[in-house]
Design a protein around this ligand. Structure first.
Ligand SMILES: [Zn+2]
Length: 471
């Protein structure tokens, strides 16, 4: 059966013709991905032309369908640097072109998300910087033809597009798979309302939003904590609208947690991938996913042997923990990314400890035995510092090994000499107090960063053995 399905796919796909070969390639990949997502294939013209130029009305892209709903042309804004993302959206319109504008556009964005997940690397996820939707009209009566082009910057979608996408993504959380891409195509507000009514209490919350004024819609679809889950979504899932990661498990709210994957913290601190190379070395391959949206996105990176690699595939020399992290500034994105490592000759890593509050690993293979005990000592030291000064809300990242003890970006380095000495003299606790003190003293807001402050603070924490006074 699956063989005949594949043949059907190959025969049914239109030929994409473009001046830029890469455009046709992306469109073809998008088409196949959409077939896999929806399980059906729409009719299209035999040939679909992709044209770069000035798209009418300042749209980023425009899909043209004939009177039978068949896609025959995709126009792209020639100045748009995100053409693959736009092509994916426009190809989605071959599946979704009938109905109210907000539902057509929102469903196209939802299908585009699935297409990108189906084919990693096809395009970035559909863009959304998590901003307030101040100029979003009533979604029920919005007509794209009346939209006066992008509101802030020519590369951005309008508030109405973002609102429509947020709404439909939320509906997809409570509706059966594929319910929003029926082969009949058309879904109107009455259909959606009926489907949500069958979806219990979370569906009711969304129904209320759709019946409400534009002000209420804008508020419900706002995303204060930038986790990619709008306010009404936080209510639907019972999460905290003011916290990116409500339960502090390291995963942002609304995240789908893939097997073997770890969340990538926005502060640039690494996470253990769970894998290490043996003494003979190995090859590590990085895979990422998630619901990160916006531009420019921070880069996922691999870390091993005291080096950070901005590559998806790295040959690692000798025995080393493989870690994953984000490089770059994530301020203008919403949602979060996860990473998963696989590769040749990797073994399970027993010398890397990470959770939502800390990460400890050894860049010097000779110090691997110190990782577990130091991670425990750090937990105690952090608790002591928090009791005295309050939580500083940051992850503690500690790397063991190297020639100097220092702070490098979000990572505290403890030198090989210092860790060895602490191991030999049984002073791991003191080393943990020092690491916590370094983090506190090297706070970005600190004007003066003196070693004597670190020493004084570490000594204070070491002596501070009594429980806090009861008032
Ligand atoms: Zn569209």
């Amino acid at each position: 059966m699956s063989v005949s399905l594949l043949v059907t796919v190959a025969l049914g796909a239109p030929q994409f013709v473009a001046a830029e070969p890469v455009d046709a390639e992306v469109a073809r990949g998008a088409w196949d991905a959409a077939v896999a997502c929806t399980g059906w294939e729409p009719e299209a013209a035999d040939e679909v032309r992709i044209e770069r130029g000035n798209v009418p009305k300042g749209f980023l892209g425009l899909a043209s369908t004939d009177e039978r709903g068949r896609l025959y042309r995709i126009e792209l804004d020639a100045t748009d640097g995100r053409s693959s993302e736009v092509i994916v959206h426009e190809v989605a319109h071959a599946w979704v072109s009938e109905g109210p504008t907000a539902l057509v556009e929102g469903r196209a964005e939802l299908l585009a998300d699935c297409m990108v997940h189906e084919r990693p690397g096809l395009a970035p996820l559909q863009w959304d910087d998590g901003r307030e939707l101040v100029s979003m009209p009533d979604l029920r009566s919005w007509r794209a033809a009346d939209d006066h082009g992008p509101s802030v910057n020519p590369l951005m979608r309008t508030d109405a597009y973002l609102g429509a996408a947020r709404l439909v993504r939320l509906a997809s959380l409570v509706l059966p798979d594929g319910a929003l891409w029926p082969e009949a195509d058309n879904i109107d507000w009455i259909d959606l309302d009926a489907m949500l009514a069958d979806a219990g209490q979370p569906g009711e919350l969304l129904r209320d939003v759709l019946r409400a004024t534009p002000e209420v819609q804008r508020k419900a679809l706002s995303d204060r904590d930038q986790d990619g889950l709008p306010l009404v979504g936080e209510q639907m899932l019972g999460t905290d609208p003011d916290r990116f990661d409500s339960d502090a498990d390291g995963w942002w709210d609304g995240a789908e947690v893939p097997v073997d994957a770890v969340p990538l913290p926005f502060d640039g601190t690494p996470m253990c991938s769970g894998w290490a190379t043996p003494a003979s070395g190995g090859v590590a391959v990085l895979k990422t996913g998630g619901n990160l949206r916006g531009s420019p996105a921070p880069m996922p990176a691999l870390r091993a042997n005291d080096e950070v690699f901005l590559k998806g595939r790295v040959a690692v020399v000798g025995r080393a923990s493989i870690l994953v992290e984000l490089e770059g500034d994530p301020e203008v994105v919403s949602g979060g990314l996860w990473a998963r490592v696989h590769g040749k000759g990797l073994v399970e890593d027993d010398a890397c400890v990470s959770d939502a509050s800390r990460v400890v690993w050894a860049s010097d293979p000779a110090l691997r035995e110190a990782v577990q005990p130091l991670a425990e000592a750090l937990q105690k030291a952090v608790a002591r510092a928090e009791r005295r000064f309050g939580a500083d809300g940051r992850r503690l990242a500690v790397q063991l090994g190297g020639t100097s003890t220092t702070v490098d970006g979000p990572v505290i380095h403890l030198s090989t000499h210092e860790v060895r000495t602490a191991l030999r003299t049984g002073a791991l606790d003191d080393l943990a107090y020092q690491a916590v003190a370094m983090r506190r003293v090297w706070d970005e807001s600190a004007v003066v960063r003196e070693w004597r402050d670190v020493v004084a603070l570490a000594n204070l924490l070491a002596r501070d053995s009594r429980p806090p006074a009861v008032r």
